[in-house]
Design a protein around this ligand. Structure first.
Ligand code: PEP
Ligand code: MN
Length: 281
């Protein structure tokens, strides 16, 4: 898809996700994202152990998070890096949900794990690397479960919208989009957070749009300002990585917030969201 769609073509190309109707609210276990509801999704990059996950889950729940995120199956750039605990990680996430009541957001990497991941996840994350994996998108499109699609670092807004259309076409319209930074020439941040894309998405689709400042920044000192900016631009939520001891993390340590840092920014984000007429979902 080379050029951006005109408004008329948009409706034709994206009959299910183009904005024609009011904002869609995705609801899971009583938590809502979209419309008047702002989602605070937080948790470790990776489920490393029972202790690390439960401690984080309690901390983010106390700080007002609305959903718990954590990867059991991890997409890693190097095949020698920790790949996640897999099934054991899913069991730990179930325990965290039982204790905190927070719905679980976790990534599906491989179509062979659909049943297993769907069995635990309340929201299935399709990671940036898989945004254009049409087989995987079709699989989650056939489930009756919300899907969080992260924008690929080299994908355009139109390509992200088309990924959502791939899911919706199979019957599943419970979709949340996530801007998580794109590749540019800038090297001071891990990726470049494209808040312009969030503004465009909010105009072009009825689906909720959230922002992941953690992967975009790649460094924890920039997560709070980017998270506040995300709320200010009109995002429907944020996704923030939190770890009890970020410097010891097995994955993405430099960008994970400690629990008290998350508590502080959660309050600030909620205040900005309220200013825009939204309540924490
Ligand atoms: C993640 O959310 O932990 C993750 C791997 O993100 P992304 O797919 O955006 O790189
Ligand atoms: Mn991560």
């Amino acid at each position: 898809m080379a050029a951006a769609y005109s408004r008329e073509l948009l409706k034709e190309a994206l009959p299910l996700v183009a904005r024609e109707i009011d904002s869609t609210v995705v609801e899971v276990r009583g938590r809502k994202i979209g419309g008047a509801y702002f989602g605070l999704v937080a948790g470790p990059c990776t489920v490393e152990s029972r202790e690390q996950t439960l401690v984080t889950a309690r901390a983010v729940a106390d700080a007002g998070a609305t959903m718990l995120r954590g990867g059991a199956f991890k997409p890693r750039t190097s095949p020698y890096s920790f790949q996640g605990l897999g099934s054991e990680g899913l069991a730990i996430l179930r325990e965290a949900r039982e204790e905190t009541g927070l719905p679980i957001v976790t990534e599906l990497l491989d179509p062979r794990h659909v049943e297993e991941v769907a069995d635990t996840a309340d929201v299935i994350q399709i990671g940036a690397r898989n945004m254009q994996n049409s087989g995987l998108l079709a699989e989650v499109g056939r489930l009756d479960k919300p899907v969080l699609i992260k924008r690929g670092p080299a994908a355009s807004v139109d390509e992200l919208l088309m990924a959502a259309e791939c899911v919706a076409k199979e019957g599943n319209e419970q979709i949340v989009l996530c801007e998580r930074g794109i590749k540019t020439f800038e090297s001071r941040t891990r990726y470049t957070l494209d808040l312009g894309a969030v503004a465009v998405l909010k105009r072009e689709t009825h689906l909720p749009v959230i922002v992941d400042p953690s992967h975009a920044a790649g460094r924890r000192d920039l997560v709070p300002p980017l998270a506040r900016a995300a709320a200010a631009v009109g995002a429907d939520g944020v996704l923030i990585e939190v770890h009890p001891q970020p410097d010891e993390a097995l994955c993405d340590g430099p960008q994970q917030l400690a629990a008290d840092e998350f508590a502080e920014v959660a309050g600030e984000i909620a205040a900005v969201a309220r200013l825009l007429g939204k309540q924490i979902g």
